[in-house]
Design a protein around this ligand. Structure first.
Ligand SMILES: CC1=C(CCC(=O)O)c2cc3nc(cc4[nH]c(cc5[nH]c(cc1n2)c(C)c5CCC(=O)O)c(CCC(=O)O)c4C)C(CCC(=O)O)=C3C
Ligand SMILES: [Fe+2]
Length: 387
């Protein structure tokens, strides 16, 4: 797919670069350890009250120690922050960008305290998860509610917080992944390239969470999480076919499973899938981590180390496509989404850009969207206890 920014853009040229009524953007992410001493406290933060088996935690700790105790995710977010600030400045959008995490410094509550101290009253949130699910959406909304409650407890009047719609099907998210898939195909030996399978991969979640992902009225169709990923996978596979003239077989597969073995999670696992592909005579595969926004630990360990080792044992040539990371097209997409939502909040009717079959996602998560097993207050949705 060629680079045609004008065609990719969903904002009209005449649209003023005004984010009003918003006065700040919050980049909200997972967080990760920055050294060996951080690993265990980080994992304690992640798993507090979440019932993850001890064996799994030891294993995950080892993944981090293999990389010197440093997760790539914080550096990825620093790069995304820079890309967003550069893009906003280049387009005359005067909107400060803050960064806060769920599980490690800079912690969300500290960031929102600073946002309030800087005098900002309406904050729009960009979460580093593109899809609907409890882990990727409502849990972040619960974290926002907790942070707002903490500020109230300190006598600080917290800002009003909204969250950008899911961006999985925005061209600024999909098109960099098309290019990355083409690049990863190009890294395969030429003689196996044309027959290569595309393994689109995302985080496995419990099937019960997948089935109830997205708005309550959509439950029953298998949930928004899988449907959204299938739409993105089909878009990328089709764009790759147009570009290469070759229809590469593809499948949506899963990785990074945790939880007790008797609880069903989404399958097949990427490693089992590679084994099956090899047994079925596939000459090669490209792993495309569409479920993730940056090349963080789930990508660097679970794909580049674990799945790559399995492929090497099998003798199956495998490459891995890059995630969008700080791609300027993704930064531009965030700007478009900010301007779109700001216009909607002002009562205007902006163009809402989306590729694929599902259409643009909702701005406000309705009541019952991606429900938690144990209900807790969640901000930035129709059931938010905050104005
Ligand atoms: C859907 C989803 C995303 C994608 C959306 C998003 O990006 O939000 C995601 C991202 C990430 N998950 C991450 C790390 C971990 N996730 C865990 C555990 C879990 N993830 C789950 C789901 C997801 N996770 C679930 C259902 C669990 C089990 C129970 C629970 O806790 O809900 C655990 C505990 C041990 C383990 O089970 O592996 C860790 C350490 C990191 C940081 C990587 C780094 O450091 O670079 C990132 C970006
Ligand atoms: Fe996770």
């Amino acid at each position: 797919m060629s680079e045609q920014p004008a065609q990719h853009s969903c904002s009209t040229g005449a649209m003023p670069a005004s984010a009003a009524p918003y006065d700040a953007l919050l980049l909200l992410s997972f967080g990760g350890p920055e050294g060996p001493d951080d690993v265990v406290p980080f994992l304690e933060n992640v798993t507090r009250g979440r019932g993850i088996p001890r064996e799994r935690l030891k294993e995950v700790g080892q993944h981090y120690f293999l990389f010197g105790g440093v997760s790539p995710i914080n550096e990825q977010n620093r790069q995304l922050l820079r890309a967003l600030r550069e893009d906003f400045a280049a387009h005359g959008l005067d909107l400060p960008v803050y960064w806060g995490n769920r599980n490690w410094a800079p912690y969300l509550t500290d960031t929102l305290r600073q946002v309030a101290a800087d005098g900002h009253r309406r904050v729009l949130t960009l979460a580093t998860s593109a899809y609907a699910s409890y882990s990727g959406c409502r849990q972040y909304r619960e974290n926002l509610a907790d942070a707002l409650a903490a500020l109230r407890g300190e006598g600080i009047e917290p800002p009003r917080v909204d969250k950008l719609r899911h961006y999985f099907n925005h061209p600024g998210f999909v098109r960099p992944m098309v290019d990355a898939t083409l690049a990863a195909l190009g890294e395969l030996p030429e003689e196996v390239r044309a027959g290569a399978h595309l393994a689109f991969t995302t985080h496995s979640i419990p099937t019960a969470a997948a089935d109830t992902s997205g708005p309550a009225e959509g439950h029953g169709d298998g949930g928004a999480y899988v449907a959204q990923h299938l739409d993105v996978a089909a878009l990328i596979a089709e764009a790759v076919r147009e570009e290469t003239g070759t229809p590469h077989p593809w499948r949506l597969v899963y990785q990074s499973r945790s939880g007790a073995p008797h609880i069903p999670w989404l399958e097949p696992d990427i490693c089992d899938h590679l084994t099956e592909l090899h047994a079925a005579g596939a000459p090669a595969a490209v792993m495309v981590p569409i479920g993730f926004v940056s090349d963080h630990m789930e990508v660097k360990y679970d794909l580049d180390t674990d799945a790559a080792t399995r492929a090497a044992e099998l003798g199956l040539p495998v490459t891995r496509a890059a995630t969008v990371g700080a791609d300027p097209r993704f930064a531009a997409a965030v700007r478009e989404l900010v301007l779109e939502r700001a216009a909607t909040e002002r009562g205007e009717h902006p163009r809402r850009c989306a590729l694929g079959t599902l259409g643009p996602s909702h701005d406000l998560c309705p009541v019952g969207c991606c429900p938690a097993r144990a209900p807790r207050p969640a901000a930035a949705g129709a059931d938010s206890p905050y104005a």
